[in-house]
Write a protein that binds this ligand. Sequence first.
Ligand code: PA5
Length: 426
Amino acid sequence: MININLLNSKIEKSVESFDKKRVQEVHDMIENKTGLGNDFLGWVNWPKDYDKNEFQEMKSVAKKLRSNIEVLLVIGIGGSYLGARAADEMIRGLYHNDKVELIYIGNTISSTYTKQVLDYIDGKEFGIVNVSKSGTTTEPGIAFRVFEQKLVDQKGKEIARERIVAVTDKAKGALKKLATDEGYATFTIPDDIGGRFSVFTPVGIFPLLVAGVDVDAIFAGAFKAMEELKDVNNQAYKYAIARYIFNVESNYKAETLVSYELQMQLFLEWWKQLFGESEGKDGKGLFPTSCVFSTDLHSLGQFIQEGTKNVLFETIIDVKKPTQDLGVPENEGNLDGLNYLSSKTFHEINSTALVGVVDAHANKGDVPNIILEFEKMDAEMFGYAAYWFMKACAMSGYLLEVNPFNQPGVEVYKENMFKLLKKPGY
Ligand code: PA5
């Protein structure tokens, strides 16, 4: 479902001749859970090992909730929200006709955004899924206070109880206690799966069920990737090796992941967290950035084409089959001179643009391009692609000799903020 094309990367031969023994060693470390951070490798076999009883329970709670609401507020930050949103947007698109809209809060402290969502849901039928492993993260914590109160005020305590769901640690943490005390349905974030690897757990799956997404197809895609990537000679590892060569051997500092599809924008954000938090430590790692073309061709395209060299390479997601397509209409006067396109569809033009841009950037601009050919953008593809990148990330992080599963640097800002806000104990 994903094919890696290195023809415009300039490192095809180096990838082919890369140290196979080292790749096998790292592969064994991932599969046998013997590397750094090995207590966070629960995601590796999750598409097979996930809790089937909990899945059925989630389906039934989600079905009931879905039948009663127009808006689901998904509260969470980082790994506790990006996966659900990436899947939601990739699979349903940005303007779908489904009855349930997902709105994401608790990922910002912006007063304007939070107040506007509060006003937007006024008088609407809404539910809340509060996702936090620790239950103490400031951003989702204060958002939950506001929206829980709003729901109680709008519908009363009884109905609010039926419409609030917590996704959190199985035993410890403030959210677990709060949910138990209030009688909210609760689903578990496994101990051995960190936030950015958690999209196939209730963190991603519960909101997607409420959104009416075919979650069985997501698991089918993830399972397919899991099986394929048990073979050490796989495309995801090729991608990881290519990143390593650019970063360590050629001293590139940044990678930009490019999509030509707006519905993939949040998938790019999810990918940025996955690689940024997994590799950006001990003074190492590529800075992960993203672009959506054509939009960014008319802004960052200038820099990519002619700006500082040997810093950035591009990885292009080339989606072969769009979710929908449409033709360009013929125009009688042809004042804009665009009738030459009227025999083509938008997707044909988009795909042709991609070919032209790769040639411009890679051959004329000297910016290496990796192309990842994606079959399509449905639920199965999301499951496959998310698992594919997680496995690539584990290989890539271990090749760099970092622990890909912790994020100690994220705590520094929190400590400063707590001190300034005079949190007790800081
Ligand atoms: O990936 C991570 O570990 C982080 O992004 C966390 O998911 C994020 O900080 C949210 O933490 P929590 O789920 O404890 O609220």
